[in-house]
Ligand binder design. Structure first.
Ligand code: PMP
Length: 355
């Protein structure tokens, strides 16, 4: 019954998220969650809100959280916008900065939410082909005629574009907003966030779902020139001036504040990633040099689809994308060392060690 649907509704092609199974026996390596869980201070902060303040509206400007993010990145809070997951921050950004008559650019292989938003908001887009090795050709993003969106590290490849290349893209598009989606940046060498004080057209988007282990809380944020942040606030206030709730503000602020927990868990994940990459290579896998909390791999003999299915039968959920350009690859989230050891055991029963 689509006769009551608006043109906007008809245009949508909703994003299909990775499987979220509730089976506790499944080891979930499919949506890049963090196996270590958040800092214990997060739980305390949420508990406090829960017991004493749930009847009160949250602060519309989420000041407490923006102050913490500001002190982490050494910017004032007028450079910070927070939202209900970085997906929402990205959606607001598409609305705030892109136009139905100007073609935006993003990589041909990237986070599949970008075309979803472009269609929803009627924004034309060009998908820029990657190099053969899946790296992003920075020069192909110079001189765009609309905005730019780049995930860095890119998803699902995990490949990282260095800060100098990001800066070149920003410099070569002075008339348009360049969004750098840094969902996985804490597992990579460096963020381009410090550049926001220098370039009024750079918007950095980050999430607390990955390195801060808070996917269930749904908190993301943007860093940018106060002029860009003001535009996002206008859009937000036109929908719901209380974008994120009390528990999210308190929990996310505590997560940003506990730098020790953050440092230890991200460093552990990076170490596990490097070890897993070498183990996968020993087993005949081609592994892209990931700088994220997942790896993207293919096998010379076994199809990714059959590996996905056989791993699932053994209790390991990975991510297989049915897109022709990458359907021979499998994306695997970095779990704990113990989880990865049992994952490798399962893999060895499917594809014995390459000679
Ligand atoms: N950007 C990228 C590249 C992602 O992979 C994800 C996670 N699916 C997000 C943004 C969204 O993260 P969240 O909404 O949980 O903040």
């Amino acid at each position: 019954m689509t006769k009551f649907w608006s043109e906007t509704t008809k245009r949508t092609e909703p994003y299909v998220p990775g499987e979220q199974l509730n089976d506790p026996n499944i080891i979930k390596l499919n949506t890049n969650e963090n196996p270590y869980g958040p800092s214990s201070q997060v739980k305390e902060a949420i508990q406090d809100e829960l017991t004493r303040k749930l009847h009160l509206y949250p602060a519309p400007d989420a000041d407490k959280l923006r102050d913490e993010i500001g002190s982490y990145y050494n910017v004032t809070k007028d450079h910070i916008f927070v939202g209900n997951g970085s997906d929402e921050v990205l959606a607001f950004s598409f609305m705030a900065f892109f136009e139905p008559h100007a073609q935006i650019r993003f990589p041909a292989i990237t986070y599949s939410f970008y075309p979803v938003y472009a269609k929803l908001f009627n924004i034309p887009y060009e998908q820029v082909p990657l190099n053969r090795d899946f790296t992003i050709p920075a020069e192909d993003f110079f001189g765009a005629e609309g905005g730019i969106v780049i995930a860095n590290p890119n998803a699902p490849t995990g490949l990282y574009l260095n800060v100098e290349a990001v800066e070149e893209i920003v410099i070569n598009n002075p008339e348009y907003v360049v969004i750098i989606d840094e969902a996985y940046i804490d597992f990579a060498p460096a963020s381009a966030a410090p550049l926001v004080k220098q370039y009024p057209n750079l918007l950095i988007v980050q999430t607390l779902s990955k390195s801060r282990s808070l996917a269930g809380l749904r908190v993301g944020f943007a860093l940018g020139d106060p002029g860009l942040i003001e535009a996002l606030v206008r859009i937000k206030d036109s929908f719901n001036s209380y974008t994120i709730d009390r528990l999210a503000i308190a929990g996310a602020a505590a997560a940003i504040k506990d730098r020790d927990h953050f440092r230890e868990t991200t460093q552990t994940i990076i170490r596990t990633r490097e070890w897993l990459i070498s183990e996968m290579k020993k087993r005949g896998f081609h592994v892209l040099p990931s700088q994220a909390n997942f790896i993207f791999v293919s096998h010379y003999k076994h199809s990714a689809k059959s590996l996905y299915q056989r791993l699932k039968q053994q209790g390991f959920l990975t991510r297989h994308f049915q897109k022709p350009a990458i359907d021979h690859y499998l994306r695997i989230t970095i779990g704990t060392d113990e989880q990865m050891e049992s994952f490798l055991k399962a893999l060895d029963s499917i594809t014995p060690l390459a000679a």
